[in-house]
Design a protein around this ligand. Structure first.
Ligand code: ZN
Length: 263
């Protein structure tokens, strides 16, 4: 294959694969949503094998209650699965394409109430809605010409090479979970999360309170949603900038009787 053909092919992939996120940002998407959903489900199964879910029924019900109030606000017919992993050291949570949510028990030591927990779950679901995992994965693919051509093959043949490509990139199960997102993804997920939690009837001011707790907590290892890019202050400022609108949404939700009582 000659060089110009590679350039043409690459350009075609870029052009055809740029999609628009919920807040109107254009991003490269080389992998179909259904394939991302499959990859998300596979990663989730691995995580469940590695970390046991908690046996504490009461806390499990609490987390399920908050998560289901959030996912009830989503369009589409995805059935969301929620797991509460028993690891008190991990102040973390994630959501994966294909409708998978994971919360670690360590998060519950920092997220003091249902509103704060809702702000984390809303944020993580926001990453999925905006297809950030897929965009990051696609950008990694595109950065390597050889793998870019591989992506063409994946996209066109529908064969099962995606797993191989992921392994080649060293992402494995870390895909979408352990790698930090960039600043623009973080701020977009914050915005989507703030709107989602308010629509579900959670007090959006809980998001700011959560970040204040995070700030006080410190911690050695930055979890996904504690991603290094925006400072806590920047994040809190951004959230406050969207607070008037979120409070209006929250009041409307309350007027519609959406008053989650998760605990
Ligand atoms: Zn995030």
């Amino acid at each position: 294959m000659n060089k110009s053909l590679i350039v043409v092919l690459s350009f075609a992939v870029m052009t055809l694969s740029c999609t628009t996120s919920p807040t109107g940002k254009s991003q490269l998407q080389l992998v179909s949503e259904s394939r991302m959903a499959q990859m998300g489900a596979d990663a989730y199964e691995q995580l469940k094998e590695e970390t046991p879910v908690t046996k504490d029924q009461q806390v499990t019900e609490y987390v399920n209650c908050v998560a289901s109030a959030i996912t009830a606000e989503l369009e589409g017919d995805t059935t969301w699965e929620v797991s509460l992993f028993d690891d008190d050291k991990q102040v973390n949570a994630f959501a994966l394409p294909g409708g998978k949510i994971g919360v670690y028990t360590g998060l519950l030591g920092v997220a003091d109430n249902q509103d704060q927990l809702a702000s984390v779950i809303g944020h993580e679901v926001g990453h999925v809605l905006a297809r950030h995992g897929s965009a990051r994965y696609s950008a990694n693919l595109a950065s390597q010409v050889g793998l870019l051509l591989g992506a063409v093959a994946i996209g066109e043949s529908g064969s099962d090479n995606t797993g191989l490509a992921v392994a080649a990139l060293g992402l494995g199960v870390q895909f979408g979970i352990l790698l930090p997102y960039g600043r623009s993804h973080e701020s977009e997920a914050d915005g989507i999360g703030l709107d989602l939690m308010a629509r579900a009837g959670f007090d959006p001011r809980g998001s700011v309170a959560l970040w204040q707790n995070m700030s006080a907590e410190g911690g050695s290892q930055p979890p996904e949603f504690l991603s290094t890019h925006p400072s806590h202050e920047t994040r809190i400022d951004d959230l406050n900038a969207g607070m008037d609108k979120a409070l209006q949404t929250y009041e409307q939700a309350q007027a519609q009787g959406k008053k989650p009582q998760c605990g």
